[in-house]
Design a protein around this ligand. Structure first.
Ligand code: 13P
Length: 232
């Protein structure tokens, strides 16, 4: 079983959600399909596809205008939430400490955080990928081993560029080993960044890759269904 997680980012209306979920309704798959939708689309899931959220407050309630807490997500029957996506880090200044606090807030409410980590193009060009990603990982993970890690190189997001097989093999080996060293076994690890139906299978087959996090290609069933089918 692999995880195939879609991230709709700031896209999607109620009608688009209905059309998408109807198209996916009868898909036969052994994989776990989760679509992380905007807050306005989290309710009303009766199509058998798991709906996740894209953000969570580190606080449970209070005077935090515009934020949504783990308590509220739990109330909406949400089981998965993205935390620390590179766009949150970039546009909302989320630090590793904030990401860790958000992951803890999710776990406290029985929600699995999908913690996103990944290096920038500058890091990569300076040969710092391994050290940067390892530091991010260690600074973001909660003590309780109840999370998923998504490795998304920032330079690969929406760019059509992807890491080589050697690069991705080495980074997942490092992430797996690091989690083992902190006493967390069986943590699901996802790859994200320019995944489409032509490359999904090759990423999913890399050792220690337990699934994919898909952005643009998850928005329409025409592009998402072939990904699901390609790795069954
Ligand atoms: P793309 O698949 O569009 O590159 O986006 C990846 C992503 O950011 C998923 O969280």
């Amino acid at each position: 079983m692999k995880f195939i997680v879609g991230n709709w980012k700031m896209n999607g209306t109620w009608d688009e959600k209905e059309t998408f979920l109807k198209a996916l309704k009868n898909v036969k798959t052994n994989n776990k399909i989760i679509i992380c939708m905007p807050f306005t689309l989290l309710y009303g899931n009766d199509h058998g596809i798991t709906i996740g959220a894209q953000n969570i407050s580190e606080y449970n309630n209070g005077a935090y205008t515009g934020d949504i807490s783990g308590k509220m997500l739990k109330d909406a029957d949400i089981k998965y939430v993205l935390v620390g996506h590179s766009e949150r880090r970039l546009y909302h200044n989320e630090t590793n400490a904030i990401v860790k606090a958000k992951a803890n807030a999710a776990i406290k409410n029985g929600i699995t955080p999908i913690i996103c980590i990944g290096e920038t193009a500058t890091d990569k060009n300076a040969g710092r990928t391994m050290t940067v990603v390892k530091k991010m990982l260690l600074e973001c993970i909660p003590k309780t081993c109840k999370y998923i890690i998504a490795y998304e190189p920032r330079w690969a997001i929406g760019s059509g560029k992807t890491p080589t097989k050697e690069e991705i093999t080495a980074i997942f080996e490092m992430i797996h080993k690091t989690l083992h060293q902190v006493g967390c076994e069986n943590i699901a690890l996802l790859y994200g960044g320019s995944v489409d139906s032509t490359n999904a299978k090759q990423f999913a087959n890399v050792p220690h890759v337990d699934g994919l996090l898909v952005g643009g290609a998850s928005l329409k069933s025409d592009t998402f269904l072939p990904i699901i089918k390609s790795i069954d």
